[in-house]
Design a protein around this ligand. Structure first.
Ligand code: PHE
Length: 456
């Protein structure tokens, strides 16, 4: 007879966990959002603050989530139920599951754009010169096509369902173990190519030489928000993935490895994009259009630019897929654990509903007038990002810190992190950060986005 944990599934090794969790963390956040946020917020100064946020806030919160998952071996709702039965805390797990679902419903739309660009690149579409205006027009044309936007978001959700229904080790681990090394190889090749372009080093300098005159509270907030999103924190993805890690594996090493890869890959993405932009004298402050509008306008000026484009959008699609897998998995794990649904039923049903909810976002970039200017002039997709990606994620992360630090207690969390017999380095520091620094910092972010209405 299968043991309970065999029925839920588990990673077959620590490396399996690292590939899957790094796959969750590494996504559009690293390759699409990190470079454009850095470009808007002063390059090197942002990067430096981002690194501080990862070390002082991201890693401690990541450990808190992993500790809960590892100790309970449950989905986010089940985990809180197990630790504090009969309390309101499972609602926090429920918020996490709703957040995963909400993020998947707009993330898959952006992921769909990567498929259109990949298709365009494969068919040689970036082989000829394109002005900035032509590139912007192409973006509007591709993302604003209602039928294609819906189909491609659907294709992405379908791919996600296929992987998730295959199970923890047979689906997720197996897929990420192939895709993550492919991703890393393409990234490194493209980064080398980009850095060695004429004037490429100017892009490297832009990324690593801080200009402190650019630092202000908003840059801090952007960096912290980006760190939370990029490490997939605040919605229980790491509770869920941590719950599949066998107790014999060294959790602190696994956790730090995930944060390390996530950060390195964001930096590598910057090393692809900025040197390429500098080498052709383009603009760094392209905002969300940086990889979809600015890059296409420079491919033609790069040697073998169309090949560069194929590799780049393929990479972006892989990164997005390994993240959408984790978003769906959080929801699936809840229905498998708590409602005893089969994994197949949960994956197909939830994926299907998510697709339906993705449709308004897919139509919000020009496909439908109504969803393009939905509330307060904002499009539906942006509103989804504000609700789920900003508010829900920050509220989740804040309450999670409070839970671990003040309800469950630091000693219990440390016990869970050390369950394999390997000790957690710098325990005193972690305890200080999770009790005071993390909740205060995340609390400030929340107040900031409420007061200024500037989102990340
Ligand atoms: N970390 C992912 C990225 O950088 C996004 C994500 C957030 C995935 C939350 C899962 C949970 O793109």
């Amino acid at each position: 007879m299968a043991t309970p944990s065999a029925a839920r599934g588990a990673w077959t090794s620590r490396t399996g966990f690292i590939f899957a969790a790094a796959g969750s963390a590494i996504g559009l956040g690293n390759i699409w959002r990190f470079p454009y946020t850095a470009g808007e917020s002063g390059g090197g100064a942002f990067v430096l603050i981002y690194l501080l946020c990862v070390v002082l806030i991201g890693i401690p919160v990541l450990f808190a989530e992993l500790a809960i998952g590892r100790s309970t071996e449950k989905n986010p709702v089940g985990a809180f139920k197990k630790i504090v039965p009969g309390s309101m805390w499972p609602v926090l797990g429920g918020l996490g599951i709703a957040t995963g679902f909400g993020i998947l419903a707009f993330y898959s739309v952006i992921a769909g754009w990567t498929l259109s660009y990949l298709f365009k690149a494969v068919t040689g579409g970036f082989g000829q010169a394109m002005t900035a205006d032509e590139s912007a027009a192409l973006f509007t044309q591709l993302t604003g096509d209602p039928v294609w936007a819906i189909i491609l978001a659907g294709v992405f959700i379908l791919l996600t369902i296929f992987v998730v229904q295959g199970g923890v080790s047979g689906g997720i681990e197996r897929t990420t173990k192939i895709l993550m090394p492919v991703l890393l190889v393409i990234l490194v090749i493209l980064a080398i190519r980009s850095v060695t372009l004429p004037n490429g080093m100017a892009g490297v300098e832009y990324l690593f030489k801080p200009d402190f005159s650019k630092v202000n509270i908003q840059v801090f907030m952007q960096a912290l928000g980006q760190a939370l999103f990029s490490l997939s924190l605040g919605m229980g993805a790491m509770i869920t993935y941590g719950s599949y890690l066998p107790k014999s594996e060294n959790m602190p090493v696994a956790g730090v490895s995930v944060a390390f890869f996530d950060t390195i890959i964001a930096l590598l993405a910057g090393l692809i994009i900025f040197p390429a932009i500098f080498s052709v004298g383009g603009e760094t402050s392209g905002g969300p259009g940086l990889v979809f509008v600015v890059l296409p306008s420079i491919f033609n000026s790069l040697p073998a630019g169309n090949l560069f484009a194929v590799a780049f959008y393929f990479l972006l699609a892989i990164a997005a897929l390994t993240s959408t897998i984790s978003l769906l998995e959080v929801c699936v794990s809840y229905f498998v654990d708590e409602k005893e649904w089969s994994r197949q039923k949960a994956a197909w049903l939830l994926g299907g509903i998510c697709f339906a909810i993705a449709i308004p976002s897919a139509l919000s970039q020009g496909g439908s007038e109504f969803f393009t200017s939905f509330v307060g002039g904002l499009d539906f997709l942006s509103i989804q990002n504000i609700i789920w990606g900003n508010f829900s994620l920050s509220i989740g992360a804040l309450l999670l810190c409070i839970f671990v630090a003040w309800k469950w207690g630091v000693p219990k969390a440390i016990e869970s992190l050390e369950e394999s017999g390997d000790s957690l380095p710098a325990k005193g520091l972690w305890s200080f950060l999770i009790r005071f620094v993390c909740p205060v910092a995340v609390g400030v972010i929340l107040i900031f986005i409420i007061v200024t209405q500037q989102y990340f």
